[in-house]
Design a protein. Structure first.
Length: 314
């Protein structure tokens, strides 16, 4: 493409899609803009003329989906799999949209992830994942979703829910959200204004408590499935000892069709644990630093204690 035409095209992309110059540079590296579910999405066209999030593939003969309870090691698992050689599609998939991280300005993505949402339904977004690649998301179990993931190797991660709550409060406190409805904006502003402590936790529950309790309850069927590999966050972090940690990752490698050695696992862990990811706050969240009787009452009232028992933590 001649330089002048390239500059005009980039300017048009910035204007039409509301992108920064850096984002336009990244988008222009993509092979095609294709109309996917009524939305223009940058995709790559493979040899079979199928649209894909990425063209790179590993030797693993499966498509892979990482199903995680929020704040249960989503980006840590993706980093470990990437370090073991599997290709990350770079998209966070939900039932009705994707968060397209592939060409995002990372500073904007950390604070305003909602800017990278593209409204594409699950039955279409999953088609763009190729063999030897993985995508990820916090997917509730539902029968149609189960069918759409039937040819994927599925990995499910979970965690002590008190730690999940602490991590979610810290996450939302450090990022910006965009809400259209006045009541949601009011609750969100109350949450942001509250000092860290019981008042902020109460504001978080008022804003998101029922939403997350429902999601975590609706994700539980994935944990009960024999064809889904289970990752306990605490085991992955080494809380139960190095042998349990390595055994978990040996099992995961075998499940995904990877021929991994303990040396491979050790290197992948060293390159992943403590590394900066999109949602890593600088240290691991632990409820022991914050918990008290009032927070335990809220935890119980919103149904999380019952869910914690369901997941094997009580």
């Amino acid at each position: 493409m001649p330089e002048r035409i390239g500059k005009l095209f980039k300017s048009a992309i910035m204007r039409i899609f509301g992108l920064s110059r850096l984002e336009a540079d990244n988008y222009c590296k993509s092979a095609e803009f294709s109309l996917i579910a009524g939305k223009y999405l940058p995709v790559y066209i493979d040899k079979e003329l199928c649209p894909r999030y990425k063209l790179d593939r590993s030797s693993v003969p499966h498509r892979i989906f990482i199903l995680t309870i929020p704040k249960s090691g989503t980006y840590l698992i993706t980093r470990i799999l990437t370090n073991l050689g599997i290709v990350d599609c770079g998209v966070h998939i939900a039932t009705d949209h994707i968060q397209d991280n592939r060409f995002a300005d990372e500073k904007v993505l950390r604070l305003q992830a909602w800017k990278y949402i593209v409204w594409i339904p699950f039955d279409i977004s999953t088609r763009l994942v190729d063999r030897g690649q993985f995508a990820f998301g916090h997917m509730p179990y539902y029968s149609d979703g189960d069918k759409l993931l039937s040819d994927f190797k599925k990995v499910f991660s979970f965690r002590e829910l008190r730690d999940v709550i602490i991590s979610l409060v810290r996450y939302y406190d450090s990022r910006e959200q965009n809400y259209a409805k006045p009541e949601r904006r009011r609750l969100y502003e109350q949450f942001k204004a509250a000092p860290m402590g019981n008042e902020k936790f109460k504001a978080w529950y008022a804003m998101w408590g029922k939403e997350y309790a429902d999601l975590i309850r609706n994700m539980f069927p994935w944990k009960a499935r024999d064809d889904v590999f289970q990752v306990k966050f605490e085991t992955l972090l080494g809380d139960e000892g190095k042998e349990a940690q390595f055994s978990l990752l040996r099992g995961l490698g075998g499940f995904l069709g990877l021929n991994v050695t303990d040396e491979d696992i050790d290197k992948a862990l060293n390159d992943s644990l403590g590394a900066e990811t999109l949602t890593y706050s600088g240290k691991r969240s632990s409820y022991a630093e914050w918990w008290n009787d009032e927070l335990e009452d809220l935890f119980t009232h919103y149904g999380f204690k019952e869910l914690n028992r369901l997941y094997g933590y009580e």
